[in-house]
Ligand binder design. Sequence first.
Ligand code: ATP
Length: 655
Amino acid sequence: IKKITASKKHPYADWKEGTPTPYAALCKTFELIDGTTKRLEITAHTSLFFQQVLRLNPSELVTVVHLMLNRLAADYMGIELGIGESLIMKAISESTGRSLEKLKAMQSKVGDLGMIAYQSRNAQSTLFKPQPLTVDKIFKGLYKVATTKGDGAMGLKVAEIKKLLAACQGEEAKFLVRGLEGKLRLGLAEGTVIPALAQAVITWEKQKEGKVASSKDLAAAEHILKEVFSGLPSYEVIVPAMIEHGIMNLKDHCTMQPGVPLKPMLAKPTKAITEVLDRFENKKFSCEFKYDGERAQIHYVSPNATEKYASTAKDPKKGLTMIFSRNSEDLSTKYPDILAVLNQWVGDSTTSFILDCETTAVDKDTAKLLPFQTLMTRKRKDVAIEDVKVKVCVYAFDLLFLNGESLVHKSLAERRDAMREAFKEVEGEFAYAKHANIDQVDEIQSFLEESVKSQCEGLMVKMLDGEESHYTPSKRSHNWLKIKKDYLAGTGDSLDLVVLGAYHGRGKRTSVYGAFLLACYNPSTEQYETICNIGTGFSDEVLAALHKQLEPLIIAKPKPFYAHSTVPKDQPDVWFEPQVVWEVLCADLTLSPRYKAAADNVDSSGKGVSLRFPRYIRDRDDKKPDNATTARQVAEMYRKQESVGGASKGGVDDD
Ligand code: ATP
């Protein structure tokens, strides 16, 4: 890091204090990052850029952080890039005067649409140099592209992209287009941006005092920012607070807020009850039913609460009731029936809360649990209460915030007690997840069987006491273990995989796709790595529906961020935009030169991990492609299977 800081002159010489941040400076940083695969160097370049923004125009830091992450707002705002290839092509063609045929021909050679935009833009002879682009202009333009809806939206989006492209110089067109596609391919995920941001802020603060930040300062700043962000994942709130109050004081000014969803805590899979007992030896733990529905984080502030309101509450006097998915997507218009009755479960002294739950389909008359597939028949948005046909019951299993206070640093036993005091069960509408504090194999086995008989997926086993039982947002923690009935049947763990391509069906399946190419996700490289072909587990109806769903997603060439075999016989008949995620089960994992999954994570001389006998289970439309099973998880599953008896002890938290 020292070498980079000392040897590289700042690449943004023309950028003066108080002036808008040039987009060229951001692109220069992207280029530097693109030129290395070393995590420390990427962090250093990112941090240097943030420091420069802090010195010259700190009010633009939020915009810069979002553009670095290729995002336009916090996840829960639901404003996303990821513009389809054909629309971008149209804009490049109209803006640069190159025909679509020529662009398509270039694409089959070059692949990367960003590169094509760059080459086409720079081949144009321009009479006069456009005004330099600023990050602010780019951000506003991208925002407009992402949020334009309704009649004529496509035309307006193309017009906006054209306008931006026309103002691009040098490498700018490349990064603009990659950004529009939803992938910068720089590996700039939160895991890199947060440490870089913390380093930049503490360095800048110390410099103002004429001091140098020590490694202890850097570590402390990073720790604070990580912790605050995990409870309040919103740069819009955190960055200005950090600049105003100092990073070391951040915890006093930014705490969890109803209205801002947290990334949920996740569990590690286990294959046997004995594995659970090994992990939790001599610890207190608790088993809960694992309900088979949809994760729901319910946020509430009563109309007469006196505590601080979320910055998102539209009208504080009316209070706030919202439901978020595991991806921080707003599900409030999917579950108006829940919101309508929520007041009835809230205790008299409860003024605000964030509750972690599973919404599960139940029979209207008997209140018996129904399978996940029934829940999936509900519309995802804009549901009118009178149209609700599938009734749901909310099963609450954790309480993260109560009456203005975060509970994540309390033990599970304490959080459970608080939850039971703050709510009232209402039959068929609201219940606590069934639990048992048992620790013998046969007791756990019969509790598991009971859960399966009640239509549950299995058990969640959780640390009950002490620091290890604290709620860790966004972590896949080995303090929460899941035992699914399928694991025990010997079929292995399930994976959530992205559909990248398909093969035309034969015989009975001629009018539909007969098989599909799936991939896992590698967040460090931002690539989708192929893992298997799948043709089992689909009914004829499902295949017909999938054909209809996937056909509009066809693209001419695999995206440059698809890591796949280039051997001609391994190619699917069609490639898709990465949008659809499926849950898949398999017999076991094996190595294959045909696939690329986790090839860099396992010692396999270039072979990827692949699935044997993969079977389609269901669509995971609550997961985005970036939430698919990661390459690291695939490698972990592969290794675990290799070492007889499992090796869950001391596993790595990787989310
Ligand atoms: P993952 O990324 O862990 O695979 P997933 O969404 O695919 O997540 P599972 O692996 O099936 O889910 O297991 C975790 C999920 O189980 C939680 O996200 C939650 O939706 C659900 N769940 C049901 N009952 C409970 C419970 N008692 N405690 C925690 N989670 C539960």
